[in-house]
Design a protein around this ligand. Structure first.
Ligand SMILES: [Zn+2]
Length: 455
């Protein structure tokens, strides 16, 4: 990386006259193209853009904000709860060393307002969950580069619930971008009309766990050795009472263990920072991938706002980008799921082993790709099975955690699951006792049903 790199091309600083900045954009806007309506009116489109209120949020924020401002949007609001950390400075280019400790949203807003005259940026230094429906109703579009699945699911369900069929203004296109190392995706959601983030949840399956037996017997990768130290060696030896991922002493212990294991199996590549990465589940953020994905999100926002070109959304709605192994991009239509807990109205089938305890069942909901619910409360048609809060209800329902699922509900019963981090959505599941266990539980089911059902 120490070799000098020559960059050629036009750099915007070479165009000092502000009006010049908009020349190309105006070309696109002023001239009807093959995709514009026959009655295309450039002034009307420009007007519409300047009156549009856009909301941006999240880790791709710097890129998104810069791109939206330079695409001609004039009223942009940005939410970010974080303050600037030294480690952000390598890629979040709106921040300087002197900004460390200040609010990301505020510093970014000021910077872009100063550089792009005529743009108003309103910052909010808080969480997206701090606002109610009335707040979200004021925007025409939401562009998100959030860094967590929870936040995505929350904004998705909020925008889906906002849709009022009588009021077309209530439908806010949601443009979502995300990256993971050299990979990323951008997608456009027209809430209730096209497949939503919840429909697509299995695209973000929790990372495939390595089977414990691989870790225990035949590790093949440095990561396997680290996971072995993390899961197996730590438990056996308990060098410290409780593993603290941020304690260098603890990480060093794991690193040395993993190193020993790797030597035993002739595996190379175990380093301190890889150990830290695996244990803390850190996904590297790569500046260029962020730039690619943010750019594609903002181009979609521009196309939706101006209808100069077809956007992602009505048909193909998902663009995945993979730079891991050379380059590959693929755009496709992710279908809406009729049993989506957020935008569908059917209860989703969920296979469950009735001999699990309710506690085990709740834990399994966290790792199921289509559920991923971390702190769910559960109700059956007849009664509350478990509530996380308020404390009095939690205490009252806690004894159920030890009971078997097959003793609490019957095969085919519908349950409602809610998770506070995901807003007001009620996930409806229809429990299907898995076949392996039906014979054993037939008797119980018959007793509970009062009729002789057979599997
Ligand atoms: Zn959906």
């Amino acid at each position: 990386m120490s070799q000098p790199i020559m960059v050629s091309g036009t750099i915007s600083a070479a165009m000092p006259i502000p009006a010049k900045r908009w020349t190309y954009l105006n070309n696109v806007l002023q001239n009807p193209g093959p995709f514009t309506n026959p009655d295309y009116d450039a002034n009307e489109v420009a007007d519409r853009m300047s009156n549009m209120k856009l909301l941006g949020a999240g880790g791709l924020g710097c890129e998104i904000l810069k791109n939206l401002a330079l695409s001609g949007f004039k009223d942009i609001h940005v939410i970010d709860m974080d303050t600037i950390d030294v480690s952000n400075l390598n890629r979040q280019f709106l921040f300087r060393h002197s900004d460390v400790g200040k609010s990301k949203a505020e510093v970014a807003a000021k910077f872009v307002e100063k550089r792009v005259k005529g743009v108003k940026i309103t910052p909010y230094n808080c969480k997206i969950q701090d606002f109610d429906d009335a707040f979200y109703l004021q925007f025409q579009m939401v562009v998100c580069g959030l860094d967590s699945i929870e936040a995505r699911r929350w904004i998705n369900s909020t925008l889906v619930n906002l849709v009022d069929m009588e009021n077309p203004e209530s439908l806010k296109p949601l443009i979502d971008g995300g990256t993971e190392g050299f990979k990323g995706q951008s997608r456009v959601i027209f809430p209730t009309l096209t497949s939503c983030i919840e429909c697509q949840l299995d695209m973000h399956a929790p990372r495939a766990a390595v089977p414990l037996c691989t870790l225990a017997t035949i590790p093949r990768q440095p990561e396997h050795c680290i996971e072995w130290a993390h899961i197996i060696a730590w438990e056996q030896e308990k060098p410290f009472p409780k593993l603290d991922n941020d304690d260098p002493e603890h990480i060093t212990w794991l690193y040395k263990k993993a190193l020993g294991r790797a030597a035993e199996f002739n595996i190379t590549g175990v380093t301190y920072s890889l150990t830290q990465g695996v244990v803390k589940n850190i996904i590297p953020a790569i500046a260029s991938t962020n730039a690619i994905i943010a750019a594609s999100c903002c181009n979609e926002a521009f196309k939706i706002a101006t209808s100069t070109n077809p956007s992602l959304g009505p048909e193909d709605n998902y663009m995945m980008y993979s730079g891991n192994d050379s380059i590959y991009t693929y755009t496709f239509k992710h279908e809406k799921k009729p049993d989506c807990p957020v935008c569908g109205n059917l209860a989703r089938d969920l296979e469950v082993d009735p001999t699990l305890t309710l506690d085990e069942f709740i834990q399994s909901l966290a790792v199921r790709p289509e559920a991923q619910l971390k702190k769910p409360s559960i109700r059956s048609e007849a009664k509350t099975l478990y509530m996380q809060s308020p404390e009095s209800l939690r205490l009252k329902t806690a004894p159920n955690l030890e009971k078997k699922v097959g003793d609490l509900v019957v095969d085919g019963e519908e349950i409602g699951v809610s998770d506070p981090s995901l807003g007001s959505v009620d996930f409806k599941y229809k429990l299907k006792f898995s076949k392996l266990f039906t014979t054993a539980t037939n008797a119980a089911a018959e007793k509970a049903n009062g009729n002789g059902t057979t599997a």
